[in-house]
Design a protein around this ligand. Structure first.
Ligand SMILES: Cc1cc2nc3c(=O)[nH]c(=O)nc-3n(C[C@H](O)[C@H](O)[C@H](O)COP(=O)(O)OP(=O)(O)OC[C@H]3O[C@@H](n4cnc5c(N)ncnc54)[C@H](O)[C@@H]3O)c2cc1C
Length: 413
């Protein structure tokens, strides 16, 4: 009997586990190592927010959400679109639904039942999972070296996959320590930086005390030429939430260049002239706060923020006041740190990997998931790219091993 080809995978997050299943089903002997005591901790954490697996919007809109999308990741998502991820979830007994925002969630609205079924399936395929094994470097012949509870382990492989994640929420396992290991092996890595994270603003103590935890609804936020419509949450130190996360890349760049300021349109559905005409209906003697609330229709948090930005120079004359409401400029003091970000950008340089994410100069060594250099906002785009890059890497690994992957059962996009 011929020996089954050996696949070693470092990292048991969604990228590592997904590739493991595809290759084991195709007939490989798959061993997965993870530094934590149990797999997929960050995936379970994502489940606390309902597990937004992917998004239902059409292909071009979907792909346009990824800033500076590497061509390999684009091709991977085109080959493994949202429908394929939804079909995978359904195959694990977790049918999905489209929420009102177009986001896709499992009906269970959490990750644990999906992960349980997934791990059971991997067990059925004979995948071996070693927890508490940290990837610490490379040994001879490019083998992966791990430190486990019983000492060092060198795992021989025919092909190997690195799926060690980014560097946000390091307590969940992915601490980005692999960056220096790869760099010393000559693999180009771009620094991991916070993405989908809050921003620090110079709030006055009074504003922070009164409004921390209050949502700022239906606004448009802009930085440079990037504009996003949505919602943000006021925090004690700044702002968080979907609209802020969607501006992550632009905010990061602006802050790094020392010119971060956010332009807020507090009334995006009204033109300046229409808003000015409403404001001019105020009665003489009305306080400015009352005018902003009654005629302007602004929530107290929006009024507070307007005063934070304009201070005593907030104009009273309707046309100028309407302009101030629609063009509030707030300086950004900085980005929240990486350890509390939802994801990280940066990672293995796109120029150093093939279409299948095989690393140049390291034949048989592949990478997938968040450790690759792509960025995405929240909305399901992170997990979609994670699974899609894992599928592409698994195809490349299978091709090297002469294995045939199970045919995708999903309809086209
Ligand atoms: C709070 C939160 C909520 C989120 N919600 C969503 C959401 O709703 N939708 C969405 O699309 N995305 C969401 N994400 C992002 C998503 O979870 C990640 O993008 C995804 O988990 C990345 O998968 P991965 O397999 O590449 O890496 P990870 O999930 O980070 O897995 C990497 C694995 O590698 C292991 N590892 C790391 N270093 C080593 C080492 N040296 N040796 C051995 N093992 C190691 C880790 O322990 C971990 O198990 C959320 C993230 C957070 C933090």
């Amino acid at each position: 009997m011929t020996e089954r080809p050996r696949v070693v995978i470092a990292g048991a997050g969604p990228a590592g586990l997904f590739a493991a299943g595809l290759l084991a089903e195709a007939g490989a002997s798959v061993t997965v190592y993870d530094r934590m005591a149990s797999p997929a901790r960050k995936f379970l954490l994502a489940g606390r927010g309902g597990l937004n697996l992917t998004h239902s919007e059409p292909r071009e809109a979907f792909l346009s959400r990824y800033p500076d999308l590497p061509r390999q990741v684009r091709a991977a998502i085109e080959a493994f679109p949202p429908s394929a991820l939804r079909a995978f979830a359904a195959s694990l007994g977790q049918p999905t639904f489209v929420g009102s925002s177009g986001r896709v969630f499992p009906e269970a609205f959490k990750a644990s039942p999906m992960l349980r079924a997934w791990l059971a399936r991997l067990g059925g395929f004979g995948v071996t999972l070693h927890s508490q094994h940290r990837f610490v470097g490379f040994a001879e012949k490019g083998r992966l070296r791990f430190e486990g509870p019983e000492g060092p382990v060198v795992a021989p492989h025919d092909v190997a996959l690195l799926a060690l994640g980014g560097a946000s929420w390091p307590r969940m396992g992915s601490d980005g320590a692999w960056t220096s290991i790869l760099a010393s092996a000559g693999i180009p890595v771009r620094p991991l930086v916070a993405s989908n994270t809050g921003v620090d603003m110079a709030w006055s103590a009074g504003f922070a005390d009164r409004f921390a935890g209050t949502p700022l609804k239906a606004v448009t936020l802009a930085i440079g030429d990037k504009r996003v419509r949505g919602e943000a949450m006021v925090t004690a130190t700044g702002l968080e939430g979907g609209a802020i996360y969607a501006l992550s890349a632009a905010l990061r760049e602006a802050v790094a260049n020392g010119m971060g300021s956010l332009t807020v349109d507090l009334k995006p559905d009204l033109a300046v002239a229409d808003l000015a005409s409403r404001l001019s209906r105020a009665r003489a003697g009305d306080s400015l706060s009352n005018v902003l609330k009654k005629q302007g229709g602004l929530a107290p948090v929006a009024v507070g923020m307007l005063r934070e930005g304009w201070g005593a120079s907030l104009p009273r004359e309707p046309e100028a006041l309407a302009g101030a409401i629609k063009g509030l400029v707030l300086p950004v003091a900085g980005m929240r740190p990486l350890d509390r970000a939802i994801s990280s950008a940066g990672g293995i340089d796109r120029a150093a990997v093939s279409e299948a994410f095989e690393i140049d100069g390291h034949p048989g060594l592949f990478a997938a998931g968040e450790m690759l250099d792509w960025d995405a906002p929240t909305g399901g785009y992170l997990l979609q790219a994670t699974f899609a890059t894992a599928a592409a890497a698994a195809r490349g690994m299978a091709a090297r091993l002469g294995l045939k992957l199970p045919a995708a059962s999903a309809p086209a996009w």
